[in-house]
Design a protein around this ligand. Structure first.
Ligand code: ADP
Ligand code: MG
Length: 261
């Protein structure tokens, strides 16, 4: 099983949109068995993929209340796509972790991943992270093979990426093989500042930047408003097609085999 954390300390850059659309495309077009883990207390990905309701979710796992992942994972309407939901109890985790056993919460997701690997339960796990390096986010990074960083293509977002890459690298003391798989440019549109920022990121060359960019379109906020995955809301809009092209680029770069649906 391959595991990717979608990380950026900034909010509103497209982490949730990317996590949901990647999970959706891998399950539908690529026929992979996918688990999307919602690690953000705002629970946006959970709200998009699951009906309203009370879910125990990741908070229970990180606190050590649930010992089996299948008590927590929920099937979606999409064949092959399950969700480990989030609830607002994730917020309190950092306060508890400051007093209690931080190591336990850091290990919980890794232990879950190992159990899933033993069972052969999923092909890919995608973790939608909160906009900070909280306990949930650090647990997610430590459980992952690699991190994917969505960015908005403006100067401010682009210059912050270096700091984030350093912070991820500092986790190598605990997880030596963690890497950044790539930077995904989101809300791309034709404008000098966007094109200059993307050129800067590519030239800087510290971390690979995916050749596919996700275009800006009002269909994305419309789909967020409707609480639907963009792939279901407007499958032929520019960003939906871009996400399918990017998923193919990612699978090729990561060497993940799949059958085209
Ligand atoms: P994050 O999870 O990083 O906070 P979201 O995925 O929730 O970011 O996206 C933040 C906002 O930006 C949402 O309202 C979403 O609809 C919008 N958005 C994301 N990607 C695009 C895009 N390609 N074009 C237009 N709006 C987008
Ligand atoms: Mg989000």
């Amino acid at each position: 099983m391959r595991t990717y954390a979608i990380v950026n300390r900034k909010g509103g850059v497209g982490k949730t949109t990317t996590a949901v659309n990647l999970a959706y495309v891998l399950a539908t077009s690529c026929r992979l068995r996918v688990l999307l883990v919602d690690a953000d207390g705002q629970a946006n990905a959970t709200q998009i993929l699951l009906p309203r309701g009370e879910y125990a979710g990741l908070g229970a796992l990180l606190r050590g209340y649930a010992m089996c992942y299948d008590e927590l994972t929920v099937h979606t309407d999409v064949a092959g796509l399950d969700v480990l939901p989030a609830a607002s109890d994730l917020w309190a985790l950092d306060l508890e972790a400051a007093e209690g056993d931080r190591g336990r919460s850091y290990r919980a997701l890794r232990d879950m991943r190992e159990a899933m690997e033993e069972d052969g339960a999923y092909d890919v796990m995608i973790i939608d992270c909160p906009p900070n390096l909280s306990a949930a986010c650090v647990s997610a990074i430590l459980a992952s093979d690699a991190v994917i960083i969505p960015v908005l293509s403006d100067a401010c977002s682009v210059t912050g990426v270096g700091d984030l890459v350093d912070q991820i690298a500092s986790l190598r003391s605990i997880r030596p093989d963690i890497r950044v798989a790539g930077i995904l440019v989101n809300q791309w549109h034709r404008s000098p500042v966007v094109e200059d920022s993307v050129a800067y990121l590519r030239e800087e060359g510290r971390v690979p930047v995916y050749s596919t960019v996700i275009r800006r379109t009002d269909k994305v906020p419309e789909s967020s408003w409707a609480r639907m995955a963009l792939q279901a809301w407007s499958p032929w809009c520019s960003a939906a097609r871009d996400y399918r092209a990017w998923a193919a680029e990612l699978l090729a770069k990561e060497g993940i085999q799949y059958e085209q649906a």
